[in-house]
Design a protein around this ligand. Structure first.
Ligand code: CP
Length: 302
């Protein structure tokens, strides 16, 4: 992991996920350390973010490093037409690590090829969001006590949802049973089903989950992402497909946890927030520890 970019979740193997999760647990117990003193981390966000950017910045600050970057390209030379390649090569001169979110799929891989410092992909279009996946794995392991043999429900936008795509790839090593619940316009792409077929992983596809939710260990809700639709009418048709309400949790397994990468729009009713099964805000907090662990590994400090 030392000095290596993290672009796709399959850049890491199963034993490396476990090392990151174990180290994140150490950071959770002791989050303030001075191990990044003298390091500069650049956060380049070509797309909006609250959790990913601020949890990275919080993680760097707690570890004694410094942050530079932007959260809006209008104040940068990108608005004058500067290419991604030139932006990355320039910022690599000013920093030891670049965390980048960009709307174009494959942009993070491209950045890693032109940069002489490691790149962490903080989301590239509908493709991947590997640090979210590692914090999702951390949250699953922490709440379930294991990653193996879980019944995982993925609900909402399974077509464009990059967090869903990365999570599927990472869980393949842990013999899950997947339940894909989506409108027909936003079904899981075939490439993921092919992967699961190849690996012998069980999955089924559904339009509703009110009847089957009692089987779930994890329900991973996602937002229908308006920004990914080229046709606004398609968004309007699908935007209210699923709304999880507290009464729907009656009779569910005691260990069930509701996860969501956030932000939510209205797919989880606020009456769920008070349930002990709601875990999404703690999940977002876990992002700080997991991102501390990822950076410590990339810098070769742990
Ligand atoms: N989960 C996630 O990526 O949230 P943000 O878009 O707020 O970073």
């Amino acid at each position: 992991m030392k000095n290596k970019s993290l672009v796709s979740i399959d850049d890491y193997k199963k034993d490396e996920y476990v090392k990151i999760l174990d180290l994140a647990k150490e950071f959770e117990a002791n989050p303030v350390q001075n191990i990044l003193a003298g390091k500069v981390v650049a956060t380049l966000f070509f797309e909006p973010s609250t959790r990913t950017r601020l949890s990275f910045e919080s993680a760097v600050n707690k570890l004694g490093g410094r942050v530079i970057g932007f959260s809006d390209t209008t104040s940068t030379s990108v608005s004058k037409g500067e290419s991604l390649k030139d932006t990355i090569k320039t910022v690599a001169n000013y920093s030891d690590l670049i965390v980048m979110r960009h709307p174009i799929e494959g942009s993070a891989r491209y950045a890693s090829e032109v940069s002489n410092v490691p790149i962490i992909n903080a989301g590239d279009g509908a493709n991947q969001h590997p640090t979210q996946t590692l914090l999702d794995l951390y949250s699953i392991r922490k709440t379930q006590g294991r990653l193996d043999n879980l019944h995982v429900f993925l609900v909402g936008d399974l077509k464009y949802g990059r967090t869903v795509h990365s999570l599927i790839i990472s869980l393949v090593d842990f013999n899950p049973t997947f339940y894909f619940i989506s409108p027909k316009e936003l079904m899981i792409p075939n490439e993921y089903k092919l992967l699961l077929d190849t690996k012998g992983i069980k999955y089924s596809e559904h339009r509703e989950f009110t009847e089957i939710i009692k089987k779930a260990d994890i329900v991973y809700m996602t937002r229908i992402q308006r920004e990914r639709f080229s046709d606004p009418m398609e968004y309007e048709k699908t935007k209210n497909s699923y709304v999880l309400k507290n009464h729907m949790l009656e009779g569910t397994k005691p260990n069930l946890k509701i996860l969501h990468p956030l932000p939510r729009v209205n797919e989880i009713n606020e009456d769920v927030d008070e349930s002990e099964k709601a875990y999404y805000f703690t999940q977002a907090l876990n992002g700080v520890y997991v991102r501390q662990a990822i950076m410590a590994k990339i810098f070769g400090l742990k």
